[in-house]
Design a protein around this ligand. Structure first.
Ligand SMILES: NC(=O)c1ccc[n+]([C@@H]2O[C@H](COP(=O)([O-])OP(=O)(O)OC[C@H]3O[C@@H](n4cnc5c(N)ncnc54)[C@H](O)[C@@H]3O)[C@@H](O)[C@H]2O)c1
Length: 334
């Protein structure tokens, strides 16, 4: 049996606490956060053991660590866990910037300690089926891969301020999926965006809506759409077009669209509300696979090197938005 530590108990940390406390292979959960009241509340709710500090958690005898704190803390918390030799799951991204991701990745490589990064779409059954179809060759050469992520409403503006912007915070999921599905590397990015919601987005140098065109080295073109205000629901879709076939994920009965064609009865379900209900099962599988990593198994999810590659795509997109021109990855990689 495996005992895990969980650092960070905000939106996703509290959700991971619930998931981890329900995994039969997790025999104990030690939790901490900068906010002691939240630690006490979550400990009571899920029967977890509270720790007074990160150091107390890391030295409590846990076998592995889940880092779900705010993004600016990821690098140092992950390195602290790895420094104790503890296999670590870090929510995306592994650091606030791509340059810092490199520093973290190098330290992790030197340590030899396994680190899995939280890109849960890889564990969604539909996304995984698309990957299988592409790998099996039935789709043929890929020409267009389209990934959409639209949140029903933005997180608190205090979160947005420290998030690094829509490309580093949100579109990284799309970049990870497109890289993973195509098996190709991105060479060039053109990103544009707008602010029509809270003006604070502009104050933070961020946008609430973005469109990104991505060129891959194997010839595929990627089109990413991201938005923070999409009242119909959480819209997360993947559409993969090849010369021989088209496969999609996310076109289930809960896809949050209102079909204007009265002759078509689709979709019929309740629209997905947010990432937590859309990816509940994927998060469970992802964390369950992390327990296997702690027990000595291979990393089936995103690795640190995947996270670094994705961080450079986000960096190029951020720079492209600033310049208003396409940006090649080689221009931003340091
Ligand atoms: N995989 C996904 O789909 C997904 C979804 C949402 C968030 N995330 C990632 O998870 C992270 C957290 O997001 P959130 O929405 O839960 O944020 P949040 O602001 O709701 O919560 C962050 C928590 O971290 C705590 N914290 C900050 N620094 C800390 C430190 N040094 N030590 C201990 N606790 C600390 C805060 O007190 C807070 O409780 C972000 O990095 C985000 O990118 C991933």
């Amino acid at each position: 049996m495996t005992t895990l530590g969980l650092i960070g108990l905000g939106r996703i940390g509290a959700f991971h606490a619930e998931t981890l406390s329900n995994l039969p292979e997790v025999s104990g959960l030690v939790i901490t956060d900068e906010r002691p009241d939240v630690v006490a509340e979550i400990a009571a709710k899920y029967g977890a053991t509270p720790a007074d500090s990160v150091e107390a958690l890391l030295t409590s005898g846990v076998d592995g660590v889940v880092v779900a704190a705010a993004t600016p803390a990821h690098a140092e918390l992950t390195l602290a866990a790895v420094g104790k030799g503890l296999p670590t799951f870090c929510e995306k991204p592994i650091a606030s910037t791509a340059a810092d991701s490199i520093r973290v990745a190098e330290a992790i490589t030197r340590s030899g300690v396994p680190v899995q990064v939280g890109y849960q779409r890889r564990f969604d059954a539909a996304f995984a089926a698309v990957k299988q179809a592409v790998d099996a060759g039935s789709v043929g050469a890929l020409h267009t891969v389209r990934s959409t992520t639209m949140d029903p409403a933005p997180p608190p503006m205090s979160y947005i301020e420290g998030s690094g912007g829509i490309f580093r915070d949100c579109a990284v999921h799309d970049f990870d999926v497109l890289r993973w599905i195509t098996g190709q590397e991105v060479v060039e990015v053109y990103a544009t965006g707008s602010v029509q919601g809270d003006p604070l987005f502009a104050d933070y140098g961020d946008v609430d809506t973005a469109a990104i065109v991505v060129r891959f080295d194997g010839g595929a073109l990627g089109v990413v759409s991201a938005a923070r205000y999409n009242a119909r629901g959480y819209d997360c879709r993947l559409e993969v077009h090849g010369f021989d076939d088209t496969v999609v994920a996310g076109w289930d009965q809960g896809v949050p669209v209102r079909n204007a064609d009265s002759a078509v009865e689709f979709p019929t379900g309740q629209p997905h509300h947010f990432f937590m209900d859309r990816f509940t099962e994927a998060f469970r599988t992802e964390l369950s696979e992390f327990v296997r990593v702690v027990q000595g198994g291979p990393i089936l999810g995103a690795t640190v090197s995947d996270a670094v590659a994705v961080a450079w795509i986000a960096e190029a997109a951020t720079e492209s938005l600033r310049r208003g021109t396409p940006v090649r990855i080689e221009e931003v990689v340091k």
